[in-house]
Design a binder for this molecule. Structure first.
Ligand code: PYC
Length: 308
């Protein structure tokens, strides 16, 4: 049987499955080219690793690859139940604690090549991880969309390694007990946003008041209709870009973002180009390893490559 060795972790409740051995050989070249090769020639590996019956809709996979950028020590391609992510903040934290668990990473910096550019994971002595994400910016302020079955919804479009539509004024209670209703609401927004001028957006993020000690709670709907159990590292970066553009958060000030579960990230930013509205976000959180496994690909199993 073919074997794929993985190590699982979760970051604020959101799982990451790092492929240690047995993944596809994507060759060399820029990571943007290698992710294309992954999608076109080896997509069955993605499905085998994160989809049922071994995984679930919420699982995010991380394939370690040699870097192409000479300033990086490793490369990583993140993927989920429906495709590939540009970047993944919670997954980068999960990757760092996974490598630390294996004795491959000591406290300090790990520069990682991703399909959307280099990022740095800093493992702190206490075990938390800071992710210096790719340059992030708000593309559109206050786009109003007609959402069938919902009405007019206004939100910002922002880039932070993935594309987000961020909505503050939605009238929804952000409670874990309302996940199904929030998923339906956000999915309608996603479809309308895609149809009405922003086909690139694949994450929808709703914001509401946070609990004691946090600035905000969010609900993030991921591309494959699963909600992010963590506050979403790229989603928090997108929020920082909007706060910076609106002059609502100063450089280096902490923004405590709570997830729908109540798990927290702390975000901070520095301006890269104030006129262009581009920031360098850093998001800090905590991840824990929780399983080691060898996935078996049995030739006689009709679902050996996952349920697709
Ligand atoms: O933490 O950036 C993130 C993320 C993206 C999708 C799920 N988590």
């Amino acid at each position: 049987m073919q074997e794929i060795r993985v190590l699982d972790s979760h970051t604020g409740g959101e799982p990451t499955r790092v492929v240690l051995d047995g993944g596809p050989d994507l060759g060399t070249g820029p990571l943007a080219d290698r992710v294309r090769r992954f999608r076109e020639q080896f997509d069955h590996y993605r499905s085998a690793i994160v989809n049922e019956p071994r995984g679930s809709d919420v699982m995010v996979g991380a394939l370690l690859v040699p870097p192409s950028d000479p300033t990086c020590q490793a490369g990583v391609i993140f993927f989920n139940n429906v495709g590939y992510l540009g970047m993944c903040g919670h997954g980068t934290m999960g990757l760092a604690v996974t490598l630390a668990h294996l004795g491959r990473l000591q406290p300090g910096d790990l520069r990682l090549d991703t399909p959307v550019g280099p990022v740095t994971a800093t493992l702190h002595a206490g075990g938390s991880v800071s992710v210096a994400n790719v340059p992030s910016y708000r593309k559109v302020k206050a786009a109003t969309i007609d959402v069938p079955g919902v009405g007019r919804v206004t939100g910002d479009v922002a880039w932070a390694g993935n594309w987000f539509f961020l909505v503050g004024d939605h009238g929804q209670a952000l409670d874990l007990a309302r996940v199904e209703a929030l998923t339906d609401y956000s999915w309608r927004i996603r479809q309308a946003v895609n149809a009405q001028g922003y086909p690139e957006v694949d994450h929808v993020e709703l914001f509401g008041p946070g609990g004691v000690g946090s600035h905000s709670r969010n609900f993030v709907l991921c591309p494959g209709k699963a909600y992010d159990r963590s506050p979403c590292g790229t989603g928090t970066s997108a929020k920082l870009a909007c706060l910076a553009a609106d002059d609502k958060l100063a450089e280096d000030q902490p923004w405590i973002q709570e997830s729908i579960l109540g798990s927290r990230f702390v975000g901070r930013y520095r301006w890269i180009d104030r006129t262009a509205g581009t920031i360098a976000p850093v998001v800090t959180g905590t991840a824990h390893v929780n399983a080691e496994a060898t996935l078996l690909i049995d030739e006689t199993d009709p679902f050996r490559w996952g349920i697709r």
